[in-house]
Ligand binder design. Sequence first.
Ligand SMILES: Nc1nc2c([nH]c(=O)n2[C@@H]2O[C@H](COP(=O)(O)OP(=O)(O)OP(=O)(O)O)[C@@H](O)[C@H]2O)c(=O)[nH]1
Length: 143
Amino acid sequence: MSDTPSSSTVRPIDVAVGILMKTNGDVLLGQRPDGKPYAGYWEFPGGKVEKGEAIIDALKREMLEELGVEILSAEPWCGVEHVYPHAHVRLHFYISREWRGEPQSLENQAFAWQGSVGVEPLLPATIPLIEWLDRLRDRPNVD
Ligand SMILES: Nc1nc2c([nH]c(=O)n2[C@@H]2O[C@H](COP(=O)(O)OP(=O)(O)OP(=O)(O)O)[C@@H](O)[C@H]2O)c(=O)[nH]1
């Protein structure tokens, strides 16, 4: 038997994820670049929380690094845990409707604004979010 803990037994890695939502309900997705696990899969922008960093600060940092966008406000929306072969992640999804700047591809990813999400494949842990977002759009005044 191996002494190496499997990715399901080690402490999950916290990831801050941002859903930029326009007033018409469109959300921004990005495509994972070559060289990362699941390259070519679509995801919401974000990344790993650094040691000692607050999740909201990680969100703001990642959005600035990846998109050149300054988050002015963001609400925590939901959390999802997922065990991949490469990592056990705990995803903290935020919805932001207020940001400054036009998203740019600073890390050479493709981006797409989507109403009803049509890009694929999506990262497995992100798939359920699409249905939850549709429900949120149908009931815009209910959190
Ligand atoms: N940004 C983002 N990550 C997601 C989503 N769904 C999902 O499972 N993840 C997972 O969360 C983790 C995020 O890690 P990452 O590699 O993108 O983070 P990072 O940019 O800080 O990476 P690096 O600095 O190690 O290159 C990956 O394991 C990825 O598979 C999502 O919708 N958005």
